[in-house]
Design a protein around this ligand. Sequence first.
Ligand code: TYD
Length: 253
Amino acid sequence: MARRKKVYEGKAKILYEGPEPGTLVQYFKDDATAFNAQKKDIIDGKGVLNNRLSEFFMKGLMQIGVPTHFIKRLNMREQLIRSVEIIPLEVIVRNYAAGTMSQRLGIEEGTQLPRPIIEFCLKDDALGDPLVSEEHILAFGWAGQQDLDDMIALALRVNDFMSGCMLAVGIKLVDFKIEIGRVWEGDFQRLVIADEISPDSCRLWDMETGQRLDKDVFRRDLGDLADAYTEVARRLGVLPSNVTHTTKPTLIN
Ligand code: TYD
């Protein structure tokens, strides 16, 4: 059988050529990285969980009319997606202060913000994904004014949807990051949500206990990352309640 062509390999995912022109296969790895890949590990089962969770969020978004790159899940670790031209910006939405916002501005982690705040970071690992302003984005041509307006509108819709999903299962959506891509339909282009939406790119806190259910478990050595992601998946009904993340065979007595 011919080997399929790898188009791109990132920290947590691999993209392969898809079966039709304009499609790609997105493969979710078990690799976890933080602090611009200075901290690395393999977390058994993380890729399977993120594939499922990203499918769940992308499908839900499409059901409320938010366009995404998602076509269908193919298997445990892979999904078929539309090939898009990624806008080189990470779009961060924050509902509560945490992480770099708390460090930069001296706001205590967990402080509720007066309204959702959107930040843009330039996607450039060599520079450590620096925060950039709308002025930078326009002046350097990373996106136009119409793109920016559309990106903000999309990010706020994703925030409302994700906040609601999480609220329903007792989880606070503190912040998250999305990536947005352009697709061309004839002479027209439109923006769609791309990449992934998973606990790797969100901050999720249990509403009662404050327990971290996201990648901070790995960043800050707070426990087992796959257990945290399994808990999110279980609460959302993405996994039956008796499934754990273990991928090893278990002895049945
Ligand atoms: P932020 O607090 O700026 O950075 P860090 O995660 O390094 O403390 O991150 C805000 C949210 O966006 C958080 O949920 C993690 C997510 N994010 C990513 O997933 N990838 C990124 O490259 C960045 C900058 C943020």
